[in-house]
Design a binder for this molecule. Structure first.
Ligand SMILES: Cc1cc2nc3c(=O)[nH]c(=O)nc-3n(C[C@H](O)[C@H](O)[C@H](O)COP(=O)(O)OP(=O)(O)OC[C@H]3O[C@@H](n4cnc5c(N)ncnc54)[C@H](O)[C@@H]3O)c2cc1C
Length: 412
């Protein structure tokens, strides 16, 4: 039996602490906040998208290839069904939406019910839970951690598990400082990088705040005339400062990377067919329906609120009929529905991401135990690792699976 110190009482730390205590270890869980699972409580807009349905293999495919390879052993050992079985045994009923996302049954405070279940599990397993306990220093040198400091008070242990999360939403306790400590000890890390965040734009459209573009594709190119870098099919919502919604979140990391590389340009294709096909259809419409207003045609593809300002920007009269539309006007209309220019992204805020990319490099960690290579008693799990999945329950599942692996400490 070992004395195990788990730092961080979020998704990964709760599972790590419960698992280690269930194996008979003497576990202390240190959480900076005054209560456990603060980020879990706000996840999924307070509803908590716990995991994603489907086979573990399908789940892994949502991650980048190196991340999937790393996650495979821990996810197979504690997969989505295992998480749900555990929660069901604690009385948390769940349902799966058509898009595969799994949530607790829709009730007031459903994310809180998930946290309560994990809290019950850790306490029942005998974990010594300390809240309001922010660890301020890590002492040691490879291959051993000697101890921690909690506001100057030393904490000793035999195994140390860091589950301190990422660096977004710092108000939830995740300030990201532990990555710097690990780096200082020679652990390979990739700096925090924004992901799954809204994208601010150089020329935002505050007047369009709240307008959604649906079922199209957000596209990222290396500059106005540059090559296509990335694209994501999904809805987009205009905000005061730029764009948000599923497509913006999913493309935010690539947009920030392109911006840092020197050239990034965003467009939204409300109509997914090629411009030539859309133009041919518009030509046919001009022939068969010459008195149709250009505004009415545009409104078939874009929200009504955008029609008048976009026509004005394109230099077209509001009451223009298709029969009066010159070739240049036709091209302009087609461009608006196939490549609505959103423009250059501004720095994507790390703090507003649903996850932070970057973290401890995966090559430095044993994927079965989350032990750091070259260290005898140091493990890391959850978002502190360089793992970032898409929206859909994948990030919590990664935290649960890697937490379980970190807590699976064999007895000597
Ligand atoms: C708004 C929002 C919505 C989200 N929705 C979803 C969703 O629906 N589904 C999904 O899969 N993912 C979602 N995510 C992502 C998901 O919540 C995280 O990936 C996941 O919580 C990471 O778990 P973790 O245990 O690694 O870190 P966290 O849950 O962030 O836990 C880390 C804990 O460590 C503590 N800590 C940090 N430093 C110290 C220290 N020095 N000493 C002591 N304690 C410390 C923090 O206070 C924190 O409680 C969302 C994220 C956000 C921000």
């Amino acid at each position: 039996m070992a004395k195990v110190i788990v730092v961080g009482g979020g998704a990964a730390g709760l599972v790590a602490a419960w698992r280690a205590a269930s194996l008979g270890h003497d576990v202390q869980l240190l959480e900076a906040n005054n209560r456990l699972g603060v980020k879990l409580r706000i996840s999924g807009g307070g509803k908590c998208n716990i995991t994603h349905g489907g086979s573990p293999r399908a789940l892994l495919e949502a991650f980048s290839r190196p991340q999937a390879r790393f996650l495979r052993p821990s996810l197979l050992a504690f997969d989505n069904q295992a998480v749900l079985d555990l929660l069901h045994r604690e009385g948390v009923e769940t349902y799966t939406r058509d898009n595969g996302r799994v949530f607790p049954l829709d009730r007031q405070g459903s994310a809180g019910a998930v946290v309560a279940a994990f809290e019950t599990l850790v306490r029942r397993a005998g974990v010594d839970v300390r809240t309001g306990a922010r660890v301020t220093a890590l002492r040691g040198q490879a291959p051993r951690v000697d101890g921690l400091a909690l506001d100057g008070v030393p904490i000793t242990g035999e195994v140390f598990i860091f589950a301190t999360g990422g660096a977004s939403y710092p108000e939830t306790g995740t300030r990201g400082e532990v990555l710097g400590w690990l780096k200082g000890l020679g652990v390979p890390v990739r700096p925090w990088f924004p992901a799954l965040a809204p994208i601010p734009l150089q020329c935002p459209r505050p007047a369009w705040e709240g307008v959604s573009l649906r079922e199209g594709e957000l596209r990222l190119a290396a500059g106005v005339t540059g090559r296509r870098l990335s694209a994501y099919k999904g809805d987009l919502v205009f905000t005061k400062a730029g764009v948000s919604g599923p497509a913006a979140l999913e493309l935010s990391q690539a947009a920030e990377q392109a911006r840092r590389d020197g050239a990034a340009w965003l467009t939204y294709a409300a109509q997914l067919e090629p411009a030539e096909t859309v133009e041919a259809a518009l030509l046919e419409e001009q022939r068969t329906n010459p008195r149709l207003l250009a505004a009415t045609w545009l409104q078939r593809h874009l929200p009504e609120r955008l029609v008048a300002p976009l026509l004005q920007e394109a230099g077209l009269e509001r009451d223009l009929m298709l029969k009066e539309l010159p070739k240049a006007g036709r091209k302009a209309l087609v461009a608006l529905v196939t490549a609505l220019p959103l423009g250059e992204p501004q720095p994507v805020p790390l703090a507003r991401g649903e996850v932070a990319a970057g973290g401890v490099e995966l090559g430095a960690v044993d994927p079965r135990t989350m032990a750091l290579n070259g260290w005898d008693n140091l493990r890391v799990c959850g978002e502190l690792l360089d793992v970032d999945g898409p929206v859909g329950g994948y990030n919590l599942q990664a935290a649960f699976s890697t937490g379980y692996a970190a807590g699976s400490i064999l007895k000597n």
